[in-house]
Design a protein. Sequence first.
Length: 257
Amino acid sequence: MNNNHSSTDHSLAGKVVLVGAGAKNLGGLISRTAGSAGAKVVVHYHADATAPEAEATVAAVKAAGGEAVAVQADLTVVAQVERVFATALETFGRIDVAVNTAGLVLRKPITETTEAEYDLMHAVNAKAAYFFIREAGKRLADGGRVITVLTSLLAAFTDGYSTYAGAKAPVEHYTRAAAKEFAARGISVNNVAPGPMDTPFFYGQETPERVAFHQSQAMGGRLTRIEDIAPIVTFLATEGGWITGQTLFANGGYTTR
Ligand SMILES: NC(=O)c1ccc[n+]([C@@H]2O[C@H](COP(=O)([O-])OP(=O)(O)OC[C@H]3O[C@@H](n4cnc5c(N)ncnc54)[C@H](OP(=O)(O)O)[C@@H]3O)[C@@H](O)[C@H]2O)c1
């Protein structure tokens, strides 16, 4: 009997890929990349305002020859996380890869941070990530892959990002535990930690001077791009199956540890 679940099929063709916050920016590119590889893609999105981008991403996957469905949910509500995974199973019959790119950023001094801000930051960045991993562990097929997007701030020593980096940090421990607990079924669990990335998510928190500083700290004097990160997610979802329990820092040398 072969107890080795690590697949020799390293293609995403025909696989079912669920992307949390998969409509736009990094998540959108991950959805489209999976679609181009022939995957069936579940494009989760959150806000009503994101619905058009979710539909555009679904259309792009279909145009590339894949299949796709959009599903709206607030991932801080566990019942809604469950519904997203249930929708994926009802629509496509299985789930092979679950990628969670949902996140919420805040750059604010500790002395000015409110209880409501603390709670929301931890709800999106920690609680949602935990229950996304839990549902993945319950719902993924053997040999599946779970990937969460964290931040290179986990390897930085800086001010202002206490609730953001602080709420992403526990996910490394969720991932380690899940990697051990899901290993018997051949399911790998990892994080990708991008550097400051050229999306609207980043610019809302930073001054032009700080943007210039962040650019100066990475290879080539530029920010991380979504195109730098999507291939790493694809690698973890395909050939990279022997990596599990890890956080991969992808930031052009911006931070390390
Ligand atoms: N940009 C950067 O500098 C940077 C650097 C390192 C890591 N990251 C991480 O990379 C990931 C993607 O970021 P991005 O730059 O591509 O920006 P983004 O598109 O704004 O990604 C954040 C996503 O999280 C979703 N989200 C927020 N609250 C949610 C909730 N309650 N339930 C479900 N989804 C929710 C947002 O959906 P709605 O907009 O519809 O609410 C949005 O799609 C995030 O996890 C972020 O922390 C970003």
